[in-house]
Design a protein around this ligand. Sequence first.
Ligand SMILES: C[S@@+](CC[C@H](N)C(=O)[O-])C[C@H]1O[C@@H](n2cnc3c(N)ncnc32)[C@H](O)[C@@H]1O
Length: 255
Amino acid sequence: MNPQVKNVCKALLRRLGYEVRRVRVSREPLAERAGKDAAYYTEYSTPWPVFAPWTGHPDFRTLYGGVAQLTLGSPERGYMLISLARYAKHLAGDFAECGVYQGGSALLLCQILQNSDRKLYLFDSFQGLSKPHSKHDPVFLEGQYAARVEDVKQRLNDYRSLADFRTGWIPDTFIGLESKQYAFVHIDVDLYQPTLDCCTYFYPRLTPGGVLLFDEYGFASAHGEKVAVDEYFAGKPEQSIALITGQALVLKLPP
Ligand SMILES: C[S@@+](CC[C@H](N)C(=O)[O-])C[C@H]1O[C@@H](n2cnc3c(N)ncnc32)[C@H](O)[C@@H]1O
Protein backbone atom coordinates (compact mmCIF):
# COMPACT_ATOMS: atom_id res chain seq x y z
CA MET A 1 0.00 0.00 0.00
CA ASN A 2 1.19 3.53 -0.80
CA PRO A 3 2.72 4.91 2.48
CA GLN A 4 0.75 8.19 2.22
CA VAL A 5 -2.56 6.36 1.81
CA LYS A 6 -1.56 4.11 4.68
CA ASN A 7 -0.88 7.10 6.96
CA VAL A 8 -4.19 8.74 6.05
CA CYS A 9 -6.03 5.48 6.83
CA LYS A 10 -4.22 5.16 10.15
CA ALA A 11 -5.00 8.81 11.06
CA LEU A 12 -8.67 8.33 10.20
CA LEU A 13 -8.90 5.18 12.27
CA ARG A 14 -7.13 6.88 15.18
CA ARG A 15 -9.73 9.66 15.10
CA LEU A 16 -12.38 6.99 15.40
CA GLY A 17 -10.58 5.62 18.46
CA TYR A 18 -8.80 2.67 16.78
CA GLU A 19 -5.08 2.03 16.55
CA VAL A 20 -3.44 0.00 13.78
CA ARG A 21 -0.70 -2.27 15.02
CA ARG A 22 1.05 -5.24 13.40
CA VAL A 23 0.64 -8.41 15.45
CA ARG A 24 1.93 -11.60 13.88
CA VAL A 25 -0.48 -14.47 14.36
CA SER A 26 1.52 -17.60 15.01
CA ARG A 27 1.86 -20.11 12.20
CA GLU A 28 2.97 -22.61 14.82
CA PRO A 29 0.79 -25.67 14.18
CA LEU A 30 0.74 -26.43 17.91
CA ALA A 31 -1.27 -23.28 18.54
CA GLU A 32 -4.05 -24.85 16.50
CA ARG A 33 -4.46 -27.42 19.26
CA ALA A 34 -5.27 -24.76 21.83
CA GLY A 35 -8.95 -24.96 20.89
CA LYS A 36 -11.04 -21.85 21.53
CA ASP A 37 -7.94 -19.78 22.40
CA ALA A 38 -5.91 -20.73 19.28
CA ALA A 39 -6.25 -17.31 17.61
CA TYR A 40 -4.66 -15.66 20.65
CA TYR A 41 -1.31 -17.45 20.41
CA THR A 42 0.74 -14.68 18.82
CA GLU A 43 4.35 -13.61 18.64
CA TYR A 44 3.41 -10.32 20.21
CA SER A 45 5.95 -7.49 20.24
CA THR A 46 5.98 -3.75 20.60
CA PRO A 47 7.35 -1.39 17.95
CA TRP A 48 8.52 1.03 20.70
CA PRO A 49 11.62 0.65 22.85
CA VAL A 50 10.79 -0.48 26.37
CA PHE A 51 13.06 -1.02 29.38
CA ALA A 52 14.24 -4.63 29.14
CA PRO A 53 16.74 -5.29 31.96
CA TRP A 54 16.90 -9.02 31.07
CA THR A 55 18.89 -8.12 27.95
CA GLY A 56 21.96 -7.54 30.11
CA HIS A 57 21.44 -4.82 32.71
CA PRO A 58 24.28 -5.22 35.26
CA ASP A 59 21.85 -5.76 38.21
CA PHE A 60 20.29 -8.68 36.36
CA ARG A 61 23.52 -10.07 34.91
CA THR A 62 25.07 -10.37 38.37
CA LEU A 63 22.43 -12.94 39.33
CA TYR A 64 21.65 -14.58 36.01
CA GLY A 65 25.06 -14.75 34.35
CA GLY A 66 26.16 -17.96 36.08
CA VAL A 67 22.91 -19.86 35.58
CA ALA A 68 22.12 -19.14 31.92
CA GLN A 69 23.60 -22.48 30.80
CA LEU A 70 21.81 -24.44 33.52
CA THR A 71 18.20 -23.43 32.99
CA LEU A 72 15.68 -24.18 30.26
CA GLY A 73 14.09 -20.79 30.97
CA SER A 74 14.87 -17.63 29.02
CA PRO A 75 16.37 -14.43 30.52
CA GLU A 76 13.03 -12.62 30.62
CA ARG A 77 11.48 -15.53 32.50
CA GLY A 78 14.47 -15.51 34.84
CA TYR A 79 13.88 -11.82 35.45
CA MET A 80 10.24 -12.44 36.42
CA LEU A 81 11.30 -15.28 38.72
CA ILE A 82 13.91 -13.13 40.47
CA SER A 83 11.63 -10.08 40.78
CA LEU A 84 8.65 -12.00 42.18
CA ALA A 85 10.86 -13.97 44.56
CA ARG A 86 12.33 -10.70 45.87
CA TYR A 87 8.80 -9.45 46.52
CA ALA A 88 7.66 -12.68 48.22
CA LYS A 89 10.67 -12.69 50.55
CA HIS A 90 8.82 -10.05 52.57
CA LEU A 91 5.87 -12.40 53.21
CA ALA A 92 5.59 -15.17 55.78
CA GLY A 93 6.23 -18.72 54.57
CA ASP A 94 8.75 -20.88 52.78
CA PHE A 95 9.64 -21.10 49.08
CA ALA A 96 9.30 -24.10 46.76
CA GLU A 97 10.14 -25.13 43.24
CA CYS A 98 8.48 -28.05 41.43
CA GLY A 99 10.59 -29.09 38.46
CA VAL A 100 14.27 -28.50 39.18
CA TYR A 101 16.07 -30.30 36.32
CA GLN A 102 19.73 -29.16 36.43
CA GLY A 103 19.07 -26.60 39.14
CA GLY A 104 19.37 -23.35 37.14
CA SER A 105 16.18 -21.66 38.35
CA ALA A 106 16.72 -23.14 41.85
CA LEU A 107 20.12 -21.44 41.92
CA LEU A 108 18.47 -18.09 41.17
CA LEU A 109 16.04 -18.63 44.07
CA CYS A 110 18.90 -19.60 46.39
CA GLN A 111 20.71 -16.36 45.57
CA ILE A 112 17.57 -14.37 46.44
CA LEU A 113 17.02 -16.30 49.70
CA GLN A 114 20.59 -16.38 50.97
CA ASN A 115 20.97 -14.97 54.49
CA SER A 116 17.24 -15.43 55.12
CA ASP A 117 15.70 -18.04 57.41
CA ARG A 118 13.44 -19.45 54.63
CA LYS A 119 13.60 -22.97 53.30
CA LEU A 120 13.52 -23.67 49.58
CA TYR A 121 11.80 -27.02 49.01
CA LEU A 122 12.92 -28.59 45.73
CA PHE A 123 10.54 -31.20 44.29
CA ASP A 124 11.68 -33.35 41.37
CA SER A 125 11.75 -36.99 40.36
CA PHE A 126 15.16 -36.38 38.71
CA GLN A 127 13.93 -39.20 36.44
CA GLY A 128 12.40 -36.67 34.07
CA LEU A 129 8.76 -36.00 33.23
CA SER A 130 6.02 -38.32 34.46
CA LYS A 131 3.61 -39.85 31.93
CA PRO A 132 2.11 -37.13 29.68
CA HIS A 133 -1.69 -36.88 29.45
CA SER A 134 -2.81 -38.32 26.10
CA LYS A 135 -4.93 -35.28 25.20
CA HIS A 136 -3.43 -32.29 27.03
CA ASP A 137 0.34 -32.91 26.69
CA PRO A 138 0.90 -33.39 22.94
CA VAL A 139 4.62 -32.71 22.79
CA PHE A 140 6.44 -34.02 25.85
CA LEU A 141 7.92 -37.47 26.40
CA GLU A 142 7.96 -39.55 29.56
CA GLY A 143 11.45 -39.39 31.09
CA GLN A 144 12.39 -36.15 29.28
CA TYR A 145 14.65 -33.79 31.30
CA ALA A 146 16.14 -36.40 33.61
CA ALA A 147 19.11 -35.12 35.63
CA ARG A 148 21.59 -36.49 38.18
CA VAL A 149 20.44 -35.35 41.62
CA GLU A 150 24.00 -35.65 42.99
CA ASP A 151 25.19 -33.10 40.41
CA VAL A 152 22.37 -30.70 41.28
CA LYS A 153 23.04 -31.02 45.03
CA GLN A 154 26.72 -30.31 44.36
CA ARG A 155 25.79 -27.25 42.32
CA LEU A 156 23.67 -25.90 45.20
CA ASN A 157 26.17 -26.90 47.88
CA ASP A 158 26.80 -23.31 49.03
CA TYR A 159 23.10 -23.08 49.89
CA ARG A 160 22.67 -26.46 51.62
CA SER A 161 21.27 -24.82 54.77
CA LEU A 162 18.25 -23.53 52.82
CA ALA A 163 17.78 -26.00 49.92
CA ASP A 164 15.70 -29.04 50.97
CA PHE A 165 15.57 -31.69 48.23
CA ARG A 166 12.38 -33.79 48.03
CA THR A 167 13.33 -36.34 45.42
CA GLY A 168 10.50 -38.48 43.97
CA TRP A 169 7.20 -38.20 42.18
CA ILE A 170 4.76 -35.34 42.67
CA PRO A 171 2.29 -35.54 44.48
CA ASP A 172 3.78 -38.34 46.67
CA THR A 173 6.58 -36.04 47.82
CA PHE A 174 4.08 -33.56 49.34
CA ILE A 175 3.20 -36.16 51.99
CA GLY A 176 4.45 -35.11 55.43
CA LEU A 177 4.41 -31.40 54.49
CA GLU A 178 0.69 -30.81 55.16
CA SER A 179 1.27 -28.13 57.83
CA LYS A 180 3.61 -25.97 55.71
CA GLN A 181 2.91 -22.40 54.60
CA TYR A 182 4.42 -20.95 51.42
CA ALA A 183 5.14 -17.41 50.20
CA PHE A 184 6.38 -18.32 46.71
CA VAL A 185 6.15 -21.41 44.51
CA HIS A 186 7.72 -21.83 41.07
CA ILE A 187 5.82 -24.52 39.15
CA ASP A 188 7.75 -25.85 36.17
CA VAL A 189 6.70 -29.47 35.60
CA ASP A 190 5.39 -28.89 32.04
CA LEU A 191 2.52 -31.43 32.21
CA TYR A 192 -1.19 -31.36 33.02
CA GLN A 193 -1.40 -33.80 35.97
CA PRO A 194 1.58 -32.70 38.10
CA THR A 195 0.61 -29.04 37.53
CA LEU A 196 -2.90 -29.80 38.80
CA ASP A 197 -1.40 -31.70 41.78
CA CYS A 198 0.78 -28.67 42.57
CA CYS A 199 -2.23 -26.30 42.51
CA THR A 200 -4.17 -28.67 44.78
CA TYR A 201 -1.37 -28.88 47.33
CA PHE A 202 0.05 -25.33 47.29
CA TYR A 203 -2.92 -23.01 46.81
CA PRO A 204 -4.53 -23.72 50.23
CA ARG A 205 -1.09 -23.32 51.87
CA LEU A 206 -0.20 -20.03 50.21
CA THR A 207 0.16 -16.91 52.40
CA PRO A 208 -2.18 -14.02 51.41
CA GLY A 209 -0.23 -12.00 48.84
CA GLY A 210 1.82 -15.13 48.04
CA VAL A 211 2.80 -16.09 44.52
CA LEU A 212 2.34 -19.12 42.30
CA LEU A 213 4.46 -18.68 39.16
CA PHE A 214 3.74 -21.09 36.29
CA ASP A 215 6.69 -21.25 33.94
CA GLU A 216 5.10 -22.28 30.64
CA TYR A 217 1.42 -21.42 30.93
CA GLY A 218 1.34 -19.53 27.63
CA PHE A 219 3.42 -21.89 25.51
CA ALA A 220 1.41 -23.89 23.01
CA SER A 221 3.83 -26.79 23.56
CA ALA A 222 2.90 -26.93 27.26
CA HIS A 223 -0.85 -26.67 26.76
CA GLY A 224 -1.53 -29.15 29.58
CA GLU A 225 -0.11 -26.67 32.09
CA LYS A 226 -2.67 -24.05 31.02
CA VAL A 227 -5.53 -26.54 31.06
CA ALA A 228 -4.63 -27.55 34.63
CA VAL A 229 -4.35 -23.95 35.88
CA ASP A 230 -7.57 -22.82 34.18
CA GLU A 231 -9.40 -25.88 35.50
CA TYR A 232 -8.17 -25.43 39.06
CA PHE A 233 -8.86 -21.69 39.31
CA ALA A 234 -12.26 -21.74 37.57
CA GLY A 235 -14.69 -20.41 40.17
CA LYS A 236 -11.94 -19.21 42.55
CA PRO A 237 -11.56 -15.48 43.24
CA GLU A 238 -7.94 -15.55 42.03
CA GLN A 239 -7.51 -15.78 38.28
CA SER A 240 -4.24 -16.50 36.52
CA ILE A 241 -2.49 -13.47 35.04
CA ALA A 242 -0.86 -14.41 31.71
CA LEU A 243 2.50 -12.66 31.33
CA ILE A 244 4.10 -11.53 28.09
CA THR A 245 6.99 -13.91 28.87
CA GLY A 246 4.72 -16.96 28.48
CA GLN A 247 4.57 -17.50 32.26
CA ALA A 248 1.46 -16.93 34.38
CA LEU A 249 1.03 -15.63 37.86
CA VAL A 250 -1.51 -16.27 40.61
CA LEU A 251 -1.51 -13.93 43.62
CA LYS A 252 -3.36 -15.24 46.67
CA LEU A 253 -6.08 -12.95 47.99
CA PRO A 254 -6.73 -12.50 51.70
CA PRO A 255 -9.47 -14.85 53.00
C1 LIG B 1 11.29 -28.14 32.43
S1 LIG B 1 12.12 -29.11 33.63
C2 LIG B 1 12.43 -27.92 34.93
C3 LIG B 1 13.36 -26.83 34.47
C4 LIG B 1 13.98 -25.98 35.56
N1 LIG B 1 13.00 -25.33 36.41
C5 LIG B 1 14.86 -24.94 34.89
O1 LIG B 1 14.55 -23.76 34.89
O2 LIG B 1 15.85 -25.31 34.31
C6 LIG B 1 10.80 -30.06 34.25
C7 LIG B 1 11.15 -30.92 35.44
O3 LIG B 1 9.95 -31.44 36.00
C8 LIG B 1 10.22 -32.73 36.55
N2 LIG B 1 8.93 -33.46 36.66
C9 LIG B 1 7.96 -33.55 35.71
N3 LIG B 1 6.92 -34.28 36.17
C10 LIG B 1 7.20 -34.61 37.45
C11 LIG B 1 6.50 -35.34 38.47
N4 LIG B 1 5.29 -35.85 38.28
N5 LIG B 1 7.12 -35.52 39.66
C12 LIG B 1 8.35 -34.99 39.89
N6 LIG B 1 9.06 -34.29 38.97
C13 LIG B 1 8.49 -34.10 37.76
C14 LIG B 1 11.21 -33.34 35.58
O4 LIG B 1 12.00 -34.34 36.20
C15 LIG B 1 12.05 -32.13 35.13
O5 LIG B 1 13.24 -32.01 35.86
